[in-house]
Design a binder for this molecule. Structure first.
Ligand SMILES: [Zn+2]
Length: 509
C-alpha cells in the first residue's frame, strides 16, 4: 500500500481507527492513532491510580488548524501507562472513551483500553505496548506514514539555531541594511518578511528587514490589511541559490536569521538586492550560510530595538488615522480600547512569563467553538454559577439548585482560534462581560428560540468567518486585546488560558 492509499483508507475510517478530525464528543468508544505533540510525565491521581496525559494529532486534523485530542490514561501503576518518550512518537490506543473537554475532545482510558507506542525516529521500528494490544501489519504502515508526514512538516526545526554568541570568523563585516552598498560582500542579521519560489528551480526569493532604511530600495506603500507590517525601503529582496534553497524554504515568516557572505547587487529594476550563492567550502566545513537566531540572542538587540521603534511609529499613525476616521473603512471590523498598546505576536504572548499579561494582537480567525452559533449562549444560573446545555426550551428554574431562571438568565461562552502573520495560533475564550461587549447591543439570550438575535449574531460573525467551519478560509484581519489567566486543570496543575477583552465587533456596514 502506498502512503496515499493508507491516508485515504485511514481518513475514511477503514483501517480500524477514527480520523481525529471526525471524532465527535460523546461518540462513546473509539480506536485512535496519532503523532504525539505534547505529553506530561505520569502522576499520582485520585485514589491509587496514576495518570498519563498525551496530546496527539493526525495530518487532517492538523491542517484544519492544529486541533488535537488529549488522551488521559488511568492505571494502577506507572508501568501500565503508555511509554511515550518524546514528541513525534506514534501512539495507538484502542477502546478509549471519547468526551468533550473545553474546546477540545478528550479520550479517557477504560478497563478494556490497550495501547502501543512506536518510536518517532524515521527509521526506527522500536515499540512498546500493553499486553492486551493486538497489533496488525497495517498499524506499522500507518505509523510510517504519520512519521514521514510529521518529520516533513516539522522541518523548520532543522535550520540550525544559534543560541550562544559566536565570534566573527572572517574579515567580513556584519552590516545593517542602511549601511549596505552595491557590489560588497557582508554578513546580515534580519527578520524574514516573505518566502516565495524563485524564477529558477535552484533559486528561492525571500524578503528581509532589519527595520533600518536604505535609499536604494523601492518605496512600496503600507499594507492596508496590516498596518503593522513592515514596508517601504526597509525591506530587501534576497535570492538564495543552490544548497541554500532547501534551508530558505524552511524559514518561517517572523523568524530571525543570520546570513553569511551575502552579495549586494543592483537588480534589473534598478534596486538594491541581496544574493547568496552556493558555497562549496562552507558545505565542506558544514558551516551553513543561513542560520536561525534565537530572539534573545545578544546579536539581535539592535534589530529588536529598531523593530520596536517601527511598531511604535506605525501605532501612532494608525491611532491618528482612526481618530480622523481614515482607517475606518471596510477593512476595520473591530474596535479596541487600548489603541496605544503596541501589537505583539502570538509567539511572544505564549512565551510571556507573567501570569496576568495584557496584550494587543492583529489576527484572523482559523476556527471556533462551539460549532453552531445557537450554542454560543448558554442558560446560566447566577445562584450556583453553573451553565447548562442550550436547548430550545426555556428553563424556569435551575436543575441544580432550583433557583428561578428567566429569558435573561443566559451567558455567552465560546472560543476563537486566532492566527497571526507568522501562522502561530492561540485559542482565546470569550465569556461574560467581555463577550457581551464583543457582541455589543446583543445581550445573550436563548438563540434557539430568539431568531432575530441569532440572525443579527450570524450577520456580525460573518465578518470574522464567512463560510462553513473547518474549511481553509482566510478571514479579515482584526485587532483585539488579550489577557492571560490561569485555571486549575483536572490533575490540579495550573494551566494558562487566554481571553479577549475590551474588543467590540463592528456591525455598521
Ligand atoms: Zn443553580
Amino acid at each position: 500500500m502506498s502512503f496515499t492509499e493508507i491516508r485515504n483508507e485511514y481518513e475514511r475510517g477503514e483501517l480500524g481507527y477514527a480520523s481525529l478530525l471526525e471524532l465527535r464528543p460523546r461518540s462513546n468508544y473509539a480506536n485512535l492513532v496519532g503523532i504525539v505533540t505534547s505529553f506530561k510525565s505520569p502522576k499520582k491521581s485520585r485514589g491509587t491510580d496514576y495518570v498519563g496525559s498525551t496530546v496527539i494529532t493526525d495530518p487532517k486534523s492538523d491542517s484544519a488548524g492544529g486541533s488535537a485530542v488529549v488522551i488521559n490514561y488511568f492505571k494502577s501503576s506507572v508501568e501500565l501507562l503508555p511509554k511515550v518518550m518524546k514528541i513525534g512518537d506514534v501512539l495507538f490506543c484502542k477502546e478509549v472513551k471519547i468526551q468533550p473537554f473545553g474546546n477540545k475532545t478528550q479520550a479517557i482510558s477504560t478497563k478494556s483500553s490497550s495501547w502501543m507506542v512506536l518510536d518517532g525516529a524515521l527509521n526506527s521500528e522500536a515499540f512498546t505496548k500493553s499486553s492486551n494490544f493486538v497489533s496488525h501489519e497495517c498499524d506499522f504502515k500507518i505509523a510510517q506514514w504519520m512519521k514521514e508526514w510529521w518529520l516533513a512538516k516539522d522541518a523548520p526545526l532543522s535550520v540550525p539555531v544559534i543560541k550562544e554568541y559566536i565570534p566573527p570568523r572572517s574579515q567580513r563585516l556584519t552590516l545593517k541594511l542602511s549601511q549596505v552598498k552595491p557590489l560588497t560582500f557582508f554578513d546580515f542579521i534580519g527578520e524574514v518578511v516573505k518566502v516565495s519560489p524563485g524564477h529558477f528551480p535552484s533559486c528561492i526569493e525571500i524578503q528581509l528587514t532589519d527595520y533600518t532604511t536604505n535609499h536604494s530600495l523601492p518605496v512600496t506603500s503600507r499594507n492596508i490589511e496590516d498596518p503593522y507590517a513592515v514596508y517601504g525601503p526597509r525591506v530587501v529582496q534576497c535570492l538564495l541559490w543552490d544548497e541554500n534553497v532547501e534551508i530558505g524554504e524552511k524559514l518561517s515568516i517572523g523568524s530571525y536569521v543570520l546570513m553569511r557572505n551575502l552579495n549586494a547587487k543592483i537588480s534589473p529594476m534598478g534596486y538594491l538586492e541581496f544574493k547568496l550563492h552556493g558555497d562549496k567550502r562552507a558545505r565542506q566545513n558544514s558551516e551553513p550560510n543561513v542560520m536561525l537566531l534565537d530572539k534573545s540572542h545578544p546579536q539581535v538587540a539592535d534589530l529588536n530595538r529598531q523593530k520596536k521603534e517601527f511598531l511604535h511609529e506605525a501605532n501612532i499613525e494608525f491611532s491618528r488615522n482612526i481618530a480622523e476616521g481614515i482607517g475606518l473603512d471596510n477593512n476595520q471590523i473591530t474596535v479596541i480600547k487600548h489603541t496605544s498598546q503596541i501589537p505583539t505576536s502570538i509567539d511572544d504572548i505564549i512565551n510571556h512569563t507573567e501570569v496576568n499579561g495584557k496584550f494587543r494582537i492583529r489576527a484572523r480567525l482559523t476556527d471556533y467553538m462551539p460549532e453552531k452559533i445557537e450554542d454560543f449562549a448558554r442558560p446560566y444560573c447566577t445562584n450556583c454559577n453553573k451553565s447548562l446545555l442550550p436547548t430550545r426550551e426555556q428553563f424556569t428554574q435551575c436543575p441544580e439548585c432550583s433557583f428561578a431562571m428567566s429569558k435573561y438568565s443566559f451567558i455567552y461562552m465560546f472560543a476563537l482560534l486566532l492566527e497571526d502573520r507568522s501562522r502561530s495560533t492561540l485559542p482565546v475564550y470569550l465569556y461574560g462581560k467581555d463577550a457581551r461587549n464583543f457582541f455589543d447591543g446583543l445581550p445573550p439570550t436563548n438563540l434557539y428560540a430568539d431568531q432575530e438575535t441569532r440572525n443579527a449574531l450570524q450577520q456580525r460573525f460573518r465578518k470574522l468567518w464567512d463560510g462553513p467551519r473547518l474549511t481553509p478560509y482566510n478571514g479579515l484581519w482584526f485587532d483585539c486585546c488579550i489577557k492571560s489567566y490561569t485555571v486549575t486543570d483536572e490533575d490540579g496543575g495550573l494551566v494558562k488560558r487566554y481571553r479577549m477583552f475590551d474588543t467590540t465587533l463592528l456591525y455598521q456596514l
